[in-house]
Design a protein around this ligand. Structure first.
Ligand code: ADP
Length: 398
């Protein structure tokens, strides 16, 4: 058996999966794990393999040590690089700017190009580069492939991609809409035509990736024409801890009047806002319990979330003109039946009718939740970004 290794390197963590690219989205990976608290006094490596969880705790000063420890733990339990044939390594790279529209085999030149994009994603791309450099050293004979979170949105038309901000300033600073979660939106938008039994180029659809981070996309004939995340992943829908769209004037107000620094405002808007900022929790399971207990803030947070989601769905219906399908995915989209029901409520006059029984079924594979006579079909399709990255990496590997 041969496997692809998928790496998702963050600033203080590395997530890894060893998986068969022929898996379905809901199959468990062969092995998976996490290196966390890199650079902190005590770090951790967690490996899930063969139905068991293995843990290593020690200081992990950097990504190089972290990935080496992960490989050692894998080897110790029988799934290391010498015991398992790894045919390709796929790296999730957050920002591909306007340089990358598709996955690329990693060469020194590609690494330099990803480094050139660091100003656009100062928190994410350096960690992605670290992961790539370390993994290339440990597995020098295996092809490495970069898969960009922004790639799918390369097709956005100028009216959707360009902000109405001074042209010179925008041009000099790379200010435009890039979009994120592209691997997931692309994966979902390719599954939906199969469910409809139609060729991809004939399907107009809205994809809703509702996880801790959340975004939606309008896709015409397989090509993205609009998306809610922008130059950064902060805009658009209300998220677990991020604001989504707000008046940009709020930033000036907090800076000038509340004497907050730019870094404090950044942290506030990315980590202390969204559902958590209103209710105190960012997990929809905890939010549902609080609503059940009558917590007014939890109820308000939920209402704001649904309000914003419906605004985007409505605007993408108009942008697309004709819509064949609306699809929910990711942690909230796949599991929270109430979010799906409330997002789609009272839209019968637009051809959208949810079947409450279908919608209430627990999360399983791809499924329709609309009624048979709903003109616009509504689906739940589990996403699996790691699997999509594993497939790209395997396809591109020579
Ligand atoms: P990310 O990849 O952005 O971290 P996920 O797509 O894994 O996020 O989604 C995580 C979120 O999904 C959780 O924070 C939680 O809000 C929600 N979630 C997960 N499982 C359930 C569930 N059974 N019911 C409701 N919400 C859920």
């Amino acid at each position: 058996m041969t496997y692809a290794l998928v790496l998702n390197s963050g600033s203080s963590s590395i997530k890894f999966q060893l998986l068969d690219p022929n898996n379905s989205a809901t199959d468990e990976p062969f092995a998976s794990g996490l290196v966390e608290q890199i650079g902190e006094p005590l770090g951790r490596v967690i490996l899930k393999y063969g139905g068991e969880k293995h843990l290593l705790e020690e200081p992990i000063p950097n990504h190089s040590v972290g990935l080496n420890r992960a490989f050692e733990l894998m080897s110790e339990h029988g799934c290391g690089p010498a015991q398992v044939e790894i045919t390709a390594v796929g790296h999730r790279v957050v920002h591909g700017g306007i340089l990358f529209s598709a996955p690329e085999i990693i060469t020194d030149e590609i690494v330099d190009m990803i480094k050139d994009l660091i100003p656009l994603a100062p928190l994410h791309n350096p960690a992605n580069v670290d992961g790539i450099e370390v993994a290339r050293k440990i597995l020098p004979d295996v092809p490495h492939v970069a898969v960009f979170d922004t790639g799918f949105f390369h097709t956005l038309p100028p009216a959707a991609a360009i902000y109405a901000i001074n042209k010179e300033v925008a041009g000099e600073n790379g200010v435009r809409r890039y979009g994120f979660h592209g691997t997931s939106h692309e994966y979902i938008s390719q599954r939906v035509p199969e469910l409809l039994g139609k060729p991809t180029d004939e399907v107009n659809q809205i994809t809703l990736h509702l996880g801790n981070g959340a975004s939606c996309a309008a896709v015409r004939g397989g090509q993205a024409i609009d998306t809610s995340m922008g130059m950064t992943p902060l805009s658009g829908l209300v998220m677990g801890t991020r604001t989504g769209d707000i008046d940009p004037g709020i930033v000036f107000h907090l800076y000038r009047t509340a004497n907050m620094s730019i870094d404090e405002i950044d942290t506030l808007m990315n980590k202390q806002s969204g559902i958590k900022g209103i209710s105190g929790v960012n997990d929809f399971r905890a939010l549902a319990e609080m609503i059940e207990d009558g917590d007014p803030d939890a109820w308000l947070a939920y209402q704001i979330y649904i309000h914003q989601l419906r605004r985007y769905i409505g605007s993408y219906m108009i942008s697309l003109g004709r819509v064949d399908a609306i699809t929910f995915t990711a942690g909230v989209g796949e599991n929270a039946a109430n979010v799906r029901a409330d997002a789609m409520a009272e839209l019968e006059m637009y051809g959208i009718k949810i079947d409450p029984e279908r919608n209430a079924l627990p999360n399983s594979g791809p499924r329709e939740i609309s009624t048979d006579d709903s003109t616009i079909k509504v689906f739940v399709v589990p996403t699996n970004e790691e699997l999509a990255i594993a497939r790209y990496a395997t396809e591109l590997a020579p």
